[in-house]
Design a protein around this ligand. Structure first.
Ligand SMILES: *Cc1c(COP(=O)(O)O)cnc(C)c1O
Length: 372
């Protein structure tokens, strides 16, 4: 084979592996000839999608002749009211992954480094290496600490130097479910040099109990270098819609918007997300389901002898005490899709999305059958 074209790719990209998503329901349906697949692999909302979004979509699905509103004005206005922030401080993305990528393109490059934790979200190394930045992966907290496999903010702070462009913090983090202590995170953000962008990824924050949650909105008033990312993919049940956003200073928003594709959030995404913001009852119900079910799943896993990681999100990650891939495969054959975490260097762990009570029962039955 001629390696010339491969060799011409950026060195950072040679180090990457293509992201492996949770197995799609349709794939397993085809393979098994089953049609009652339970997918608990990608932290999607078990209650479905926000009903207002569904209505907005069926009303507008026929008219896609025009380009989207490049500024997404109605959506931004609604988000501005929700978060008590000026529209000029909001950046919209094709999912919050898009915002992460914009941050990397603006603040990272060949001479720069990105700091993030071991076992943090897989997209941080992708967007960083894609622009040839160095990645500084900081060892996570040990298993026998108060926050097993959580971010070690002190060590992350130590890893920052004059070439650091971005620090990524996920709270709650995926795939661990762990969260950063509120005071520790406030101190961390205050200590990071004002030239370094702190990305605080809050994809799961709506699920987090108020007692442990950080007031990221208040922090935005004090730190021009803070970018908080949120998404419609999780609590609003719109993962297929691809809408996320960043909240920041106007300076950061202005920089991100300079490299943003002009029409990165499509028309239906804007309509669906705008409507979903009125679905308060759906959000409350989603939180209530998760708050009731997560402890039940955690307890059931512990009763079976599995160690669970602390979670403030809508999933539970547990240590199988043995390679998890065969367990994952055996569960697949029963039509239940969970997420084995070998790609996150956690080959004995599985991440399972918290579903409705009947979903948990089916998950546990499939797990029991898989391990016996
Ligand atoms: C799911 C998830 C997101 C959301 O990504 P979208 O592009 O908005 O779908 C962001 N960060 C983390 C840590 C996630 O797990």
């Amino acid at each position: 084979m001629n390696d010339a074209i491969w060799n011409n790719a950026h060195a950072g990209i040679h180090e990457l592996h293509t992201y492996v998503p949770g197995k799609p329901i349709e794939d397993l349906e085809r393979e098994l000839g089953l049609n009652s697949i339970l997918k608990l692999a990608s932290n999607e909302n078990p209650l479905g999608m926000a009903p207002g979004a569904q209505t907005a979509l069926s009303e507008h699905a026929g008219d896609l002749r025009f380009y989207p509103d490049g500024n997404a004005t109605p959506l931004k206005q609604k988000l501005a009211a929700l978060h008590h922030i000026e529209p000029a401080r909001i950046t919209l993305g094709n999912g919050s992954n898009d915002i992460l990528e914009l941050a990397a393109r603006v603040f990272l490059g060949p001479a720069k480094n990105a700091v993030f934790s071991q076992y943090a979200f897989a997209v941080y190394p992708i967007v960083s290496r894609a622009v040839n930045a160095e990645t500084r992966v900081v060892p996570a907290m040990p298993y026998n600490s108060a926050m097993p496999l959580g971010h070690d903010l002190d060590a992350m702070y130590q890893a920052i130097d004059s070439n650091t462009g971005v620090v990524f913090v996920a709270s709650p983090n995926n795939p661990t479910g762990t969260w950063a202590d509120r005071t520790a995170l406030e101190d961390f953000i205050a200590a990071v040099p004002a030239s370094v962008l702190v990305v605080l990824d809050e994809a799961y924050v709506e699920y987090q109990a108020a007692e442990t949650r950080l007031d990221s909105r208040a922090l935005l008033e004090h730190h021009d270098n803070l970018l908080v990312t949120r998404t419609f993919s999780k609590i609003y049940g719109l993962a297929g819609m691809r809408v996320g956003y960043g909240l920041s200073s106007t300076v950061v928003a202005d920089l991100l918007n300079r490299v943003r594709q002009p029409f990165n959030v499509h028309t239906l995404g804007q309509l669906g997300a705008t409507a979903a913001l009125d679905d308060h009852a759906f959000v409350e119900q989603s939180i209530a389901t998760n708050t009731a079910e997560r402890p039940r799943v955690e307890q059931a896993l512990r009763e079976r002898g599995f160690k669970t990681l602390p979670s403030a999100a809508n999933f539970v990650t547990f240590d199988c005490g043995q390679p998890s891939d065969p367990i994952y495969q055996a569960m697949l054959r029963q039509g239940v899709i969970v997420r084995p975490l070998a790609s996150y260097d956690l080959p004995n762990h599985i991440r399972v999305t918290v579903g409705r009570p009947a979903d948990s029962d089916r998950f546990l039955a499939a797990l029991d059958a898989a391990i016996q």
